[in-house]
Design a protein around this ligand. Sequence first.
Ligand SMILES: [Zn+2]
Length: 223
Amino acid sequence: MSIALRRLQSRASAANEALDQPLSPGERETMICAAAEKVEELLEILRVDHRNDPNTRGTPRRVAKMFVEELMRGRAVAPPELTDFENRLVYQGMIVTGPIEVRSTCAHHLLPIRGEAYIGVLPSAEGKVLGLSKYDRVVDHFASRLQTQEELVRQIGDFLWENTKPHGLAVRISAAHMCRMQRGVRAANGRMVTSAYFGAFSEAPALKDEFLRECALIDNPAR
Ligand SMILES: [Zn+2]
């Protein structure tokens, strides 16, 4: 095993936790090569002739690259920088943004999770007010890990709460899990909803209700 690879592997942590340092492009390439060898081995154990089968010939590297550069990228890169706007008008009303596309991977089965996130913010005069696209980036960052939906909603919430210091924060995710649809009970549909509330939202049920009403209006603007 190369020294570079041993160094990479010595820093194992939970599937949805950041590595202790972002990986350089060279380190990601080392990881892709090592993972591709293991995917080859997996296919061989499953008795897939990937060397001669035209359909799976490039699969080991493709799968390895997909895990490192896409599905688990949010562990190996720094979180988005949150540049803010000055809250000049000291806007104190509720901001609700969504639906934000959620594309993640279930840590239990390595199958896709697809859904939408909604974020509600009650800004504070001292805190940061973000451009809307920043919320999309934050969701994407934490979703690009092997996740459980319960922990994903919490990670997004904790990050925004600590870094933007609003008066209140609400995060809600509604998502479908392919591990329920492609295997097991093979449910045709069925979603899971998770939410996390911080500050004023966790103290006042009326604020939660208003947030949930806004989420429903975003989904069905005609109502
Ligand atoms: Zn699963």
